[in-house]
Design a protein around this ligand. Structure first.
Ligand code: CO
Length: 464
């Protein structure tokens, strides 16, 4: 019997997040939702990541309303969201009651599968979201944040997957936000996870370095069950490989995809003029569609490389770039090899830059790095030496418990703060996540004299 490979379509979330900074409004989605539902996808990724913030901040759209609208038109295909564990959709830890509230309401409003990861792969930061999703009747996809380092071995990721299986995962995702997962490593990781547990394994990567299709193929050969792809107009470059091409190629190789190629074509034909409109308006930078293998050469994600270079240019010390690049792995080793994903990639980058520019290592230390060493983000993948710890935080206490254990409930206070504008628990949760943006959005909705306009600033792309 032919091996089945299922697809998750990312055009409504990661595809548009990676290429047009999550600026696709619901009006551009509505006419194609029924067709997307008829394609035969395992799931549609529609929510989470930057969609929530972008709805409130730039599109004057209620993210909850968007979810309900999509659900009303997509009746058969699972809807999936992305969640940063205890950080939810942002970069700081929330109290458990906020995590429980968001996850429960997400499932109630239409989400079927919650993909949950932690930037440090500290599974304690996944526990509350996992339990809440299960209790609400959702599926939990526990997600490994893939990175390369000497501690991030195939065995490390396999052990992590096993731990996730034990804590209630319905499936496992290997998520490569930086596009640095190579085909041979993907093959090994997927084979090992498939051997160790019998959960479905899903693979997520970006084509930034130009190898995503090889990576998927090897992962599929190793038994991967689901791959993340994007309808062709918003595919490749910083996004995922193209859905239609991949479906045709896999069918040709004898795999069973369950996809309706004619419907996939309809979806692509629909999104092509939308992509062109964003290009014409200058809101899609053609550069995101290119390939840049530097991430593979330097083992540093592309976004981090361009950020560092931009910072050095601002300071008129571009010539220090090679030195800063060489310092990155040292800082990472000092800090116990945090994965180079947001926000840790930015933090490690800043520290490396300061170590070089100031002429003395750890002479200048960003507050976030101190918090990280104090354990406030969670457990580092490898221990931090006493010497480095002392250098960074002196004799400050390091917390060893789950960071959220120290955060008292936040919802009662938040409900009071936004009582003037909030009509529902969903409104309060929007406010919990993005206080300023949500207050402005709700204020505009509730008060005709509320005069803070919708923001529009330069488009910058942050993949996840
Ligand atoms: Co992604």
């Amino acid at each position: 019997m032919a091996q089945r490979v299922r697809f998750m379509e990312t055009v409504l979330r990661d595809g548009q997040q990676s290429q047009i900074a999550t600026r696709l409004p619901i009006e551009d989605m509505l006419p194609i939702l029924e067709t997307l539902d008829q394609c035969g996808f395992e799931a549609l990724e529609v929510w989470g990541g930057a969609t929530f913030d972008s709805c409130l901040r730039y599109l004057n759209e209620d993210p909850w309303e968007r979810l309900r609208t999509i659900r009303a038109h997509v009746k058969n295909t699972k809807l999936q969201m992305l969640l940063r564990g205890q950080n939810l959709l942002g970069y700081r830890n929330y109290a458990d009651d906020v995590v429980e509230g968001l996850v429960t309401k997400a499932v109630e409003n239409g989400i079927d599968v919650v993909r949950i990861f932690d930037a440090l792969n500290d599974t304690r930061n996944l526990v509350t979201a996992t339990r809440a999703a299960k209790e609400a009747g959702g599926e939990v996809q526990s997600c490994i944040a893939y990175t390369t380092s000497e501690v991030h071995t195939v065995q490390y990721f396999t052990d992590l997957a096993l731990e996730m299986a034990r804590t209630g995962a319905d499936s496992i995702c290997v998520k490569d936000m930086a596009g640095v997962l190579t085909p041979e490593v993907a093959y090994e990781i997927v084979s090992n996870i498939k051997e160790a547990c019998d959960l479905p394994v899903q693979i997520h990567t970006h084509d930034t370095a130009g190898i995503s299709q090889l990576t998927y193929l090897k992962a599929i050969e190793a038994g991967a069950d689901i791959i993340d792809t994007c309808s062709s107009p918003f595919s490749e470059g910083t996004s995922q490989p193209p859905t239609e091409s991949f479906a045709i190629a896999l069918e040709g190789l004898g795999y069973e995809t369950g996809l309706n190629i004619d419907k996939l074509e309809e979806v692509a034909a629909y999104f092509l003029p939308i992509r062109n409109r964003f290009l014409d308006e200058g809101r899609l930078n053609a550069r995101v569609m290119g390939v840049d293998p530097k991430a593979l050469v330097y083992q540093v994600p592309g976004g981090m490389l361009s950020n560092l270079l931009a910072n050095l240019k601002d300071m008129h010390v571009e010539e220090k770039f090679p030195e800063v690049l060489a310092e990155v792995p040292h800082v990472r080793a000092d800090l116990g090899y945090p994965p180079l994903v947001t926000p840790l990639s930015q933090m490690v980058g800043s520290q490396a830059l300061m170590n070089v520019i100031s002429g003395e290592r750890y002479k200048v230390i960003p507050a976030e790095i101190k918090d990280y060493v104090r354990g406030q983000y969670g457990r580092s993948p490898a221990p931090i030496s006493d010497e480095i710890r002392k250098k960074i935080i002196g004799d400050d206490e390091v917390i060893t418990c789950r960071p959220a254990d120290l955060i008292p409930p936040q919802m009662p206070h938040l409900r009071e703060e936004i009582a003037q504008y909030a009509r529902s628990e969903e409104d309060v949760l929007s406010y919990a996540l993005f206080p300023d943006q949500a207050r402005d959005f709700l204020g505009r909705r509730e008060d005709p004299f509320y005069d803070v306009p919708v923001q529009e600033v330069t488009v910058s792309v942050d993949v996840a």
